[in-house]
Design a binder for this molecule. Sequence first.
Ligand SMILES: [Zn+2]
Length: 408
Amino acid sequence: MLVESIVRKTLGLKRHCVNKVTEEHGEIVVYLVPDKRCKVVCSCCGRQGPGYDTLKERRWKHVPLWGIPVTLVHAPRRVECSTCGIRVEAIPWTQGKSPLSLPLSVVLATWSKLVAWKVVGQLFGFHWNTVRKAVKNVVDYGLANRDLGNLIYIGIDEISRKRGHVYHTQVYDLIEKRLLWSGEDRTSETLEAFFDYLGQERCECIEAVCCDMWAPYIDAIKKRLPNALLVFDKFHIVRHLLDAVDKVRKEEAQKLKSENPELLKKSRYIWLKNPWNLTDNQKVRLSDLEKLNLKINRAYLLKEAFRKFWDYSYKAWAKKYLIQWFWWATHSRLKPMRDFAWMVRRHQDDILNYFKVPIDNGAVEGLNNKAKAISHRAYGYRTAETFKLALYHGMGKLPEPQLTHKFV
Ligand SMILES: [Zn+2]
C-alpha cells in the first residue's frame, strides 16, 4: 500500500490510479489503470472527450526505488476529441513515444549535466543509450517550449569536432548568452538552415550579427538578414592579427637559424601575450629583444598600436585611427602585417560597425570552451546528433519539464 501511494503522489496522478504493484524478475512493476470516474483527456489539446478504445499495454522505465528498477505499465486509451479527432489520452508521466517516464528522463538528464553520461548510466543501472534518450526527451521539450521572442543580437562561431576534422556552426543569443542552434559544417547552407529554422518573422527582428570574416557566413547573412548590422568580431580580428605577428616571428627565426639560433627561441608568447600578463623573466627578455632592430619587434609595436583602435567611442575617430594604422602597417615592409592590414581594409565598414553596436563574441569564446567539456561528458558515440544534443543540453538554457515531485 505504501509503494502505491508513493507512486500516486510522486507522479501527481489525477485521472489514473495504481491498480497493483508486483515484483517481477527483481523489478518493481507498477500497473496503472484509468480512474473510471474521470473522462479521458486529449493529449493534443487537453480537452476532455468520450473514450474511443484502448491500445496495447505499454511499459515505461521509471526512477529506481532503493536501487531497484521500476517499470510502469499502462494500456493507453484513445479519446474521440471534438477538435483533434481520435487521439491518445494525455498521460502525465510520459511525453510522446518515449519508453522512459518523464521523471526518469529529467533525473538522468539532470545528472548528465554534472558527470559523464556513461557514469550516469552506471549509477542508475542503465545503458548509455538510455541516458542519451533521456537527455533527448528533455532537450526536445526545451526546444519546443523555449522563448525566442527577444532575439536581437546573435553571434556566430564555429567549433570543431573529431579533432578538427568536422566543423559545427554555432549560433548564440548574445543577450541571454545561450546556444540557439548548432549545425554540422560551416557553409552558407549551414547558416541558412538556421535562418530557415528561425523563420522569416524572427529573422527580421535581428538587429545585429557578430561573426568572423568568413565569406560563406557573410554571404548567408547579407542574403537572409539584409537589414541586420554585420559586426566583425573583435576577438577574431585580434586572432588574425596575432597570426600575422607569429608569421613574422617564424620567418625571422628561420632566417636567423644559422647565425643566431638561440635569439628568438621560445619567444612566441612574449610577442603574443598582452604586456601586462608577461612574467618578470619574459619582461626582461622582451626589453632586451626590443633593443635589437628586429622585424618581429616592428610587428609587435604594430600589434600593440592596434589595441588603441578599440578604445575609441566614436566611429569617426576610430576610422581616422584605423586609416593611420593602415598606413603604418602597409609601410612596415612586413608582408604578414601588410596582408592583415589589407584584410582589415577590405572589411573596414563591417569592422567599424562595432562602434555602432559594440557587440563581440567574447561570451561565445567562453561558451565554446565550455562546449568542449560538455561534448566530452557525452562521450560514447561521437555522432553529430549526440554532439548537438549535449551542447543544447549544457548551453541552451532550455526550460525543463515541470514535475509534481522533485526527484533530484
Ligand atoms: Zn484534442
